[in-house]
Ligand binder design. Structure first.
Ligand code: MRU
Length: 367
């Protein structure tokens, strides 16, 4: 997607051909800063501190993290240590484990001398594949928006989204936002309700920044506003992303998604979840019970960072000093509340059978 007329991906190889470059998402929306990742530790820290975030981008960054580690030491021991370091960075988005498994698959059984080149090749492919996958998700989700638009001719389609599942959460296009970009580009009147997404405000900071840059009409809303807007007929459709989709169709996404799904069900608003195949965890059959939920620093709840009137970036305390805080970063929406899963292969029911219908090769794995 474009930033001030220039095309960017969210991660790319630097001109020297070996360092990875990223857009530092902790500085958005106020500053557009490109950061260079030169070491394994740079990549691991970028994921942990959420300079990069969003399930597919976490995976792509980990892939380059492994490349950077191998440049220094391509031995089996170093490979194992780098893999373990990266796996520890964030526990919920399964794309991280998927990308590392992919990388190990091509590196492990080849001579040391060939490892660096093979790693960079696969990391590049992972990025290119993600772009194409998200483009296909966009096309498949576009049909759903077109359907809604056809049922309210001449009127705007209002879509609510949570967190940021746009192009900077993936390598390009995004998942939940890809269909919205395509609908807007096609001339369909769309308007997005962007949940602010406390505590880290990915909606207010990142989704709004993306939509602004692309000229998509939108409004930031407090996380608690969604139910009210649905009750009053102001939401036609909810589309969110997911960090891990269980094989039974349960979807784990940014904390607060579950409450939106409950409100959507109570108000007969379709609730769709957009995802690439790399987000499906076929080993988990009960997402509510078995998906690990990242618990982040309580300071993310008690403090907020923002720009003051003088333009300085400052962190302020917003809660009663001395109070404890809990910060579960994700929740799981049970499949029964999900109207459908939008994947690169099409839209399916949020169920084991629905997923197997789109990914029949998985039936062989199970038999
Ligand atoms: O904690 P984050 O910002 O990494 O969480 C991101 C989300 O929850 C996204 O909705 C999800 O990764 C889907 S991104 C295409």
């Amino acid at each position: 997607m474009k930033v001030e007329g220039k095309h960017y991906r969210s991660i790319w190889l630097a001109a020297d051909g070996w360092a990875a470059e990223i857009i530092d998402q902790t500085r958005l929306p106020h500053e557009f800063v490109i950061e260079r990742l030169e070491t394994l530790e740079d990549a691991a820290r970028a994921i942990e501190t959420m300079q990069v975030r969003g399930a597919p981008l976490i995976g792509a960054t980990a892939a380059y993290g492994l490349c950077l580690a191998l440049r220094t030491d391509a031995s089996d021991d170093a490979l194992e240590a780098a893999d373990a370091r990266l796996r520890r960075t964030r526990p919920t988005a399964v794309n991280l484990m998927w990308a590392l498994d992919e990388m190990l698959g091509v590196i492990r059984n080849i001579p040391r001398a060939d490892r660096v080149a093979a790693a960079y090749r696969r990391a590049g492919e992972i990025c290119d594949e993600d772009v194409e996958t998200c483009r296909a998700i966009g096309q498949n989700g576009l049909s759903l928006i077109e359907e809604v638009a056809a049922n309210k001719p001449g009127k705007t389609v209002n879509i609510l989204t949570h967190c940021n599942a746009g192009w900077i959460a993936t390598v390009d296009w995004g998942t939940a936002l890809a269909p919205i970009y395509m609908a807007h580009d096609k001339g369909i009147a769309v308007h997005v309700w962007a949940d602010e997404t406390r505590p880290r405000n990915q909606g207010a900071a990142l989704t709004a920044w993306e939509l602004n840059s692309h000229g998509v009409p939108h409004a930031i809303i407090a996380d608690n506003a969604g139910g009210h807007l649905m009750q009053h007929g102001k939401v036609d459709l909810v589309i969110t992303g997911t960090d891990r989709t269980a094989a039974n169709g349960d979807v784990c996404n940014k904390i607060g998604t579950y409450l939106k799904a409950l409100a959507a069900r109570d108000n007969n608003v379709p609730f769709y979840v957009a995802l690439p195949h790399t987000t499906i965890d076929w080993s988990i059959m009960d997402g509510v019970r078995d998906i690990p939920i990242e618990e982040r620093d309580a300071r993310e709840v008690t403090h907020m960072r923002g720009r003051t009137a003088s333009g300085a970036m400052e962190t302020i305390e917003i809660s009663s000093p001395g109070s404890g805080a809990a910060n579960p970063a994700f929740d799981v929406t049970p499949a029964r509340l999900v109207s459908g899963l939008i994947t690169e292969r099409g839209v399916c029911a949020a169920s084991h059978e629905g997923l197997l219908g789109l990914y029949p090769e998985r039936r062989d794995d199970e038999s």
